[in-house]
Design a protein around this ligand. Structure first.
Ligand SMILES: Nc1ncnc2c1ncn2[C@@H]1O[C@H](COP(=O)(O)OP(=O)(O)O)[C@@H](O)[C@H]1O
Ligand SMILES: [Mg+2]
Length: 249
């Protein structure tokens, strides 16, 4: 089964063509990692898949439904995709519990007890159930990102999208978030992950896409794309991110 199919996707902002014909697919239960230099269009790709951006042309199909179809119910389509952002995007004025229940109640129309039960299940799963009454500012970055993951999971998504989920974290907090993502992958969640964590991509991804300049330069199993890249641009990028002294991203 194909969970996400992206066909010849184009996206421009004014004169700037950011996605120049992206085609890729994510099979059900698969983890696909997207790597590539800053500005290559990785976030725009994820935002198009989630319909936070309207692509100029091309097609996105999620579990058989073409979400880029004009007649598609955008809210319905968006609900099927969970998104986790670099900056967590939690509501600062709400407790952890309310962060997890608000969309369940408003969008899914769950009653309070049901929404809180789902919230607690997911907070337990990501290991922050003891923070349920706290506000985001009282949590570490790693805890906040785990709450953001639990919030996305509480909506029952078919696919989880992650946009550099560990890039804003202090190095010592990266592992706890990657651990949760690894656990989700092991449970069979379908995931599309933009990341600079090459070790994670190598160990967890079924497939790696290297993007540069709005195109997929190279894709395949991690041992191939990261372990034995064929293209010069992939080699240059990997040399830069894998070299700890010159590491800037
Ligand atoms: N809303 C926007 N309006 C104009 N330009 C944008 C917008 N979003 C992204 N861009 C531009 O698109 C290019 C790709 O950005 P992005 O998808 O964020 O790349 P990445 O996530 O790979 O760093 C960049 O040049 C960026 O400045
Ligand atoms: Mg980005």
């Amino acid at each position: 089964m194909t969970a996400v199919e992206i066909v010849d996707l184009h996206k421009s902002f004014g004169d700037l063509e950011v996605l120049r014909g992206i085609s890729a697919s994510v099979a059900t239960g698969e983890v696909v990692c997207v790597i590539g230099p800053s500005g290559s269009g990785k976030s725009t790709l994820l935002r198009c898949v989630n319909l936070l951006e309207q692509p100029n042309s091309g097609k996105i199909v999620v579990n058989g439904v073409e979400i880029t179809d004009r007649d598609c119910d955008i809210d319905g389509a968006r609900r099927r995709l969970g998104m986790v952002f670099q900056q967590f995007n939690l509501f600062q004025h709400l407790t952890v519990l309310d962060n997890l229940t608000i969309a369940q109640r408003k969008v899914l129309r769950r009653d309070k007890a049901e929404a809180e039960r789902v919230a607690m299940d997911n907070l337990t799963k990501v290991g922050v159930a003891d923070k349920v009454r706290s506000y985001p500012a009282q949590l570490s970055g790693g805890q906040q990102q785990r709450v953001a993951i639990a919030r996305a999971l509480s909506m029952g998504p078919e696919v989880m999208l992650f946009d550099e989920p560990t890039s804003a974290l202090d190095p010592e907090l990266v592992g706890e978030v990657l651990g949760v993502m690894r656990q989700l992958a092991d449970e069979g969640m379908t995931m599309l992950v933009v990341t600079h964590e090459m070790q994670f991509a190598r160990e967890v991804a079924d497939k790696v896409l290297f993007m540069d300049g709005g195109v997929v330069v190279e894709q395949g199993p991690p041992d191939q794309v990261i372990g034995a890249p064929q293209h010069e641009r992939t080699k240059t990028f990997l040399a830069r991110v894998l070299d700890p002294i010159h590491r800037t991203e």
